[in-house]
Design a protein around this ligand. Structure first.
Ligand code: MSP
Length: 482
């Protein structure tokens, strides 16, 4: 089966921070899990290069938007490489193939009669790249950024969003999995029921964007352009089969764009709809809003520096359910690194391998495992996007192994056959653990396999007794305590 997963495309106006890293890591975990399940996966990430925000930031830096973004894109790619993110394509909205698709769709929607010319009068927040009405703003300030909004009055093309109200409500009702988590679905339904106005989709006061094919004085609204990245990435040869997307993983702040504008654009263009939009929560940092100006921002290098890449990946996924908000603190990351990763997992491997070195000259004898394991429960949690619970469930198995070693006390066992059975049980279980953990902490999983001297398996190998006789290569401890 195919599985197509996307992250939002990030604004390349600064280097990525923990918020961007979170969405990307969660998508990487889901992508890798699906690969292990045997699915044909397409994992897309990228950047949202157009729009007023980028044009303004570039201008301040004394560069053209293209020069400015060309310099920042490598920083995103480096950050994802450091975090061990294995995406299949990094799309930019300045990619020619994407621009062509957007242009074609604009023409199509225009020809259909869903785009008309008018005058936009209202407010705009460049930070959000979003339109606001008098009701939304307080003291002329954006409800999210708290910065002053811009008052606009200009000729603009509008998309007939209001026409799609009933179709959208039908979509939410007939496909409850279209918006996840469910609490977010309810919020969107009530907002759509209340009011749905036509949407201004073009601007004339700057030119950093895709020109409207039917009126080149106008550039396309950045969100119309950006959302179509998910579709245009599947218009290249060999990728067509991936549309519709299985899941768009996004942050809760951009749910409206993804569950109201996006399906309406697609219905208008006659394109099949994605199956799920999943909105994750927001991270605070020491209980404060992440903010650059207040020094409360953690970029990817800072995050990795605390205890390494896998500790960061593990912490972010384990600490809080995907749909909830979470608080990041160095102390809680270090605690999880020391207790769960170094003690529970690291010690389990090193104790087991030390005993094999000592008693069997590093060669694991084939025997029969005494521990059972059921992948079904974990796979179900992963299908439900309950990544934190899946990790907790994997940890139950890790600690089942720890209890087993403590109960059996292999260091006291003299009978070679009995001892072989205990150590086989433990190594065969560690083999399964390495498969389960690979999507979450790939580097650690590879280290376990290297020390066991075996190849990484896939989900279908998560059953006991598949380990053959092997000569282990005990290495360094998996995690350093901080
Ligand atoms: N360019 C748009 C997305 C277009 S998708 C067609 C955009 N970019 S962004 O760079 O501002 O943000 C991207 C993502 O980062 C969003 O999903 C947002 O929720 C996430 N985060 C930014 N700060 C965050 C936290 N503090 N915590 C968690 N995620 C956060 O929006």
């Amino acid at each position: 089966m195919k599985f197509y997963i996307t992250t939002p495309i990030y604004y390349p106006n600064d280097i990525p921070h923990i918020g961007h890293a979170y969405t990307t890591i969660a998508a990487d975990v889901l992508s890798r899990w699906n690969k292990s399940r045997g699915n044909n996966v397409f994992f897309l990430t990228g950047t949202d290069d157009h729009g007023k925000k980028i044009a303004q930031t570039a201008k301040k830096a004394g560069k053209t938007p293209k020069e400015f973004t060309d310099e920042l894109i490598p920083k995103f790619k480096e950050a994802w490489k450091k975090l061990n993110i294995k995406y299949d394509r990094f799309i930019r909205t300045t990619d020619k193939d994407h621009e062509k698709v957007v242009s074609k769709i604009l023409q199509l929607v225009y020809d259909k009669g869903d785009i008309y010319k008018g005058t936009y009068e209202g407010f705009y927040c460049t930070g959000c790249e979003a339109y606001y009405t008098e009701k939304d703003i307080e003291n002329n300030r954006c409800p999210i950024h708290k910065t002053e909004v811009e008052k606009l009055k200009q000729e603009s093309y509008f998309f007939k969003l209001s026409k799609y109200k009933k179709k959208l409500l039908d979509l939410y009702n007939k496909n409850p999995e279209f918006i996840l988590p469910d609490s977010k679905r309810k919020e969107i339904i009530s907002r759509v029921k209340k009011e749905l106005r036509d949407l201004s989709i073009s601007r004339t006061d700057f030119d950093w964007g895709i020109p409207l094919p039917f009126d080149k004085k106008h550039v396309c609204y950045v969100w119309f352009d950006a959302l179509f990245n998910y579709y245009s990435a599947t218009r290249t040869k060999g990728k067509e089969k991936f549309w519709p997307a299985d899941v768009h993983l996004i942050g809760k702040d951009i749910l409206w764009f993804h569950t109201v504008y996006w399906p309406a654009f697609l219905i208008s263009a006659g394109i099949e709809l994605p199956k799920t939009v999943f909105a994750h929560g927001w991270w605070t940092f020491d209980k404060e809003k992440i903010s650059k100006s207040r020094g409360k921002v953690l970029n990817v290098d800072d995050l990795i520096e605390i205890a390494g890449v896998d500790s960061a990946r593990y912490f972010l996924i384990r600490e809080t359910p995907l749909g909830d908000d979470g608080d990041f603190s160095e102390k809680s990351l270090v605690n999880r690194n020391n207790n769960e990763l170094a003690n529970d997992l690291g010690n389990l491997l090193s104790r087991t391998l030390t005993l094999i070195e000592k008693n069997f000259n590093s060669e694991i004898p084939k025997s029969k495992s005494e521990l059972t394991f059921d992948i079904g429960k974990i796979d179900k949690l992963m299908k439900n996007y309950e990544l934190d619970k899946a990790l907790a469930e994997i940890w139950k198995f890790v600690n089942k192994c720890n209890k087993y070693i403590n109960d059996k006390k292999p260091w006291e066992v003299k009978d070679k056959e009995k001892l072989a059975k205990i150590l086989y049980t433990l190594t065969d279980s560690l083999r399964i653990i390495s498969i389960l953990l690979h999507p979450f902490i790939p580097e650690t999983s590879e280290k376990i396999n290297k020390q066991l001297n075996i190849k990484l398996g896939t989900l279908k190998d998560c059953k006991p007794n598949l380990l053959k006789k092997t000569k282990i290569k005990k290495g360094e401890h998996l995690f350093k305590k901080i």
